[in-house]
Design a protein. Structure first.
Length: 312
């Protein structure tokens, strides 16, 4: 299970896997008000339907997370325990292609304290298998079911995670900025302000749980998090209703005590306090429904242990 036998390093890895699920702007000019008779809510509904029925899409991602441990004085020191570092900065830059419903590829540059700096990662998902290329260029192949959320970075460029935000947005406060120019194209700009319950709704909305997470894990994460502020900016074309860009900004608090209290080894974890998390994720979509093929490498080495890939 994701939260069992947590050391500082595995806690951060698991947290990073979670944030990939949430992580759901270019230069903008102008603003002439709505040019169509559709309301912002109607545009969102059409965009949700369109994005849910894509056959293929390309994504470019920029994600930054700043983590700050608050109330560290509440941690109980122990010779067998370790507390979380005071401040951490996580970043992902990358791109990916998806062929729905079950093929994807991603090329990412990742910086995660405790896991590595400027890691170059290539991953491919095909036929229920995940192919991962390490820094030496060697490809490995694993069953998708054997990977936890913290072992695979494909979630960062999984459009389904971000499409869920569109569904939540329909119940949130909307601000319609009308038509604006983004990357040389006139698009409808809509801002979304989420309520405090949006994060819990997102976490509990999965019909199929992310690999490595049980329903009890999801419930515990939801109970341990407090959403302080969350906003989403969307740029949508009103011809095909594609989302061309979304920018998510979110501040949440993660209570380590609540997250760990029901695990079998809580007493040995030595971690407590509240972790403040600031997320800024920008996703650019392009090449909608254009034909392309994702090819798996033929020389991949089979393994059932993800750690062997990155220990090379």
């Amino acid at each position: 299970m994701l939260i069992r036998r947590l050391s500082t390093r595995t806690f951060l890895a698991g947290l990073f896997g979670l944030m990939l699920l949430l992580s759901a702007c270019g230069s903008v000019s102008g603003g002439s008000g709505p040019s169509s008779t559709l309301t912002a809510g109607q545009v969102l509904q059409k965009a949700l339907t369109t994005m849910q029925h894509l056959k293929t899409v390309h994504l470019d991602l920029s994600l930054t997370e700043n983590l700050q441990m608050q109330s560290q004085e509440t941690a109980t020191p122990s010779s067998q325990s370790s507390s979380l570092p005071g401040n951490l900065a996580i970043s992902i830059q990358g791109s990916g292609d998806e062929v729905f419903p079950d093929q994807a590829s991603a090329q990412l540059k990742v910086s995660v304290p405790g896991l590595g700096s400027n890691l170059q990662l290539n991953e491919i998902l095909q036929d229920g298998k995940v192919y991962i290329q390490n820094k030496q260029g060697q490809w490995y192949v694993l069953e998708q079911s054997s990977l936890s959320g913290s072992s695979s970075f494909l979630g960062a460029v999984n459009s389904d995670q971000y499409t869920r935000l569109l569904a939540l947005a329909q119940k949130a406060q909307l601000t319609d900025h009308g038509d604006q120019t983004l990357h040389g194209q006139s698009l409808r700009h809509i801002s979304v302000t989420f309520g405090r319950d949006a994060l819990k709704e997102l976490l509990t909305s999965f019909e199929q749980l992310p690999s490595g997470l049980s329903q009890s894990d999801i419930q515990r994460i939801a109970q341990a998090t407090t959403l302080r502020q969350a906003g989403l900016d969307l740029w949508i074309d009103e011809q095909n209703f594609y989302v061309h860009e979304m920018n998510l900004k979110m501040n949440i608090d993660l209570d380590a005590n609540k997250l760990l209290q029901s695990t079998a080894t809580t007493g040995n974890s030595g971690m407590s306090g509240v972790l403040g998390i600031q997320v800024n994720a920008t996703v650019d979509y392009s090449q909608f429904n254009q034909p392309f093929t994702i090819k798996a490498p033929t020389n991949a080495t089979p393994t059932d242990n993800p750690q062997t890939i990155f220990q090379q």
